[in-house]
Design a protein around this ligand. Structure first.
Ligand code: NAP
Length: 463
């Protein structure tokens, strides 16, 4: 059975689910479409009421929701609780600012036509959301909160290892008073994307996941003339300049690389440190990593979780074999490791040649790649030596300089003096092989609305 909850800590197969049939998928689209026809007629206040109720339910049952995350993909319970709170914040954001983002705008046609133009954001219809397992609730709410606010409805295909998280999000909306069909889950096979995107009632697709999945979905969307947004992988540069507060930067880097067991698209995966502070940085970084504690993710003292599955662990091991074959220096940090679970000890890679395959891949686990940069220009060159362009960081006490360097990194987001994060009120999106389009804030909501152009001519205007 393709969809199953397998606890990554114990290895126990907790629950299995059948893959959806063609008929079930047809029914799911029908349900979402019928819901859309009514939902698009609702007022912003009616939509906001449901979103606000969902936020409040999440907060009131934070632990209960968090336990689903920890059981299904192994993240430590404290991080799971933070994810639940982040979901509530994203819902709050659209309750507070959704109406403003959807208010029609007036512009004046200037230069050739002296005319009023009204831009009215209208929902498109049913959207297909394909989501990954690393933030099982956040990913669903990141697309649902803006798009339900806009008046769209969603058919969700979640990752096959987090089926109960998918169901929990559907139930959350029901409990919050949402009508049937706003968010419809399907345990769809990969092939079912042809059926879903081939259906005229489905008007677009948002995918978060790997490049391979993104390319497959974008191709099907293009063939059917549907809009797509892709939030794909990343190998974010974490640049530490000579004038940075080195100890603080090293602590942030160790955190930024190891939260969610290193399985974050915007983890600080490639740490680039200017020569004069490199040795000190590495010393503090290593000490910080040594403080991590592997263990039962339900235990609140655990700080390094198992990977999400045995399969994920095998991919990481294979990547490390590649690094070894390329002669890259590898230091495994000798933490105590539980006997069971998909754990991997932290590994620090150094002396990574620019032209190595290792320098070009995304490690989705606790593997840090640390580069020595000759100077600022070299740091930027190294930061851009990647096929990805999702996030990035620049650490410096000179904020103007940090901003100038941020502009030179070919990436979607740069955070100054902190690791790239996922925040409810900051847009999210990448370039290059990290995808295209945005989620969150007004940028996210506008991805799937028709900004209808209404040109207004006076009744007594010239013929
Ligand atoms: P993945 O294999 O691409 O899975 C993501 C989703 O795509 C899952 O629902 C998966 O379903 C589905 N999928 C995969 N191949 C498909 C296909 N050919 N047709 C239809 N659906 C398909 O991703 P992953 O490797 O598990 O997740 C980690 C990746 O996601 C990393 O690269 C990470 O950086 C990226 N990510 C990016 C962001 C972002 O916002 N940019 C956020 C989180 C993660 P199944 O589970 O059924 O295979």
């Amino acid at each position: 059975m393709a969809y199953a909850t397998t606890n990554p800590y114990t290895g126990e197969v907790v629950k299995e689910f059948d893959t959806a049939t063609e008929e079930q998928i047809e029914q799911a689209i029908t349900t979402a479409h019928e819901a859309f026809l009514k939902w698009k007629e609702t007022t912003f206040e009616e939509r906001a009421e449901i979103l606000a109720a969902a936020a409040s339910i999440l907060r009131s049952k934070k632990r209960q929701y968090a336990e689903i995350l920890t059981m299904e993909m192994g993240k430590v319970i404290g991080e799971a609780e933070l994810e639940v709170e982040l979901c509530a914040q994203m819902l709050d954001y659209y309750v507070k600012f959704g109406a403003e983002h959807l208010t029609p705008r007036y512009i004046r046609a200037r230069g050739f036509n002296d005319t009023d133009v009204k831009l009215v954001p209208e929902p498109l219809g049913v959207l297909y959301a394909v989501e990954p397992w690393n933030f099982p609730f956040y990913q669903v709410i990141r697309i649902s909160a803006p798009q339900l606010t806009a008046g769209n409805t969603i058919v969700l295909k979640h990752a096959s290892n987090v089926p109960q998280s998918a169901l929990a999000m559907v139930d959350l909306l029901h409990e919050a008073g949402a009508p049937e069909g706003l968010l419809v889950n399907v345990f769809a096979s990969h092939d079912a994307s042809e059926q879903i995107l081939g259906d005229d009632r489905v008007r677009g697709v948002a995918l978060t996941g790997s490049e391979k999945a993104g390319a497959a979905i974008a191709q099907i969307a293009a063939k059917n003339l549907k809009k797509s947004t892709l939030e794909l992988g990343g190998a974010d540069a974490f640049v530490v300049l000579a004038d940075a507060e080195v100890e603080k930067a090293a602590k942030w880097a160790a955190f930024g690389r190891h939260w969610n067991a290193g399985q974050v698209c915007v983890s600080s995966k490639r740490i680039i440190v200017e020569d004069s502070v490199y040795d000190r940085f590495l010393e503090v970084y290593r000490e910080e990593v040594k403080k991590l504690k592997m263990g039962d993710p339900m235990d609140s003292t655990t700080t390094l979780a198992p990977l999400s599955s045995q399969a994920a662990l095998e991919v990481l091991q294979e990547q490390l074999r590649l690094a070894e074959a390329e002669g890259i220096s590898m230091e495994e940090i000798e933490l105590d490791m539980p006997a069971t679970g998909a754990f991997h000890r932290p590994v620090i890679l150094t002396d990574i040649p620019d032209d190595s395959k290792t320098s070009q891949i995304e490690f989705f686990g606790p593997v840090s790649s640390i580069y020595r940069a000759r100077d600022e220009a070299d740091a930027i060159r190294l930061a851009n030596n990647t096929p990805f362009g999702l996030g990035g960081s620049v650490f410096s006490t000179d904020i103007d300089k940090a901003q100038r360097l941020a502009r030179q990194i070919d990436t979607g987001m740069v955070f100054i003096n902190q690791p790239t994060g996922a925040k409810a009120d900051i847009p999210f999106g990448g370039v290059k092989r990290s995808g295209y389009g945005h989620e969150l804030t007004d940028l996210g909501i506008k991805e799937f609305v028709n900004e209808k152009v209404i040109v207004v001519t006076d009744i007594d205007g010239d013929f």
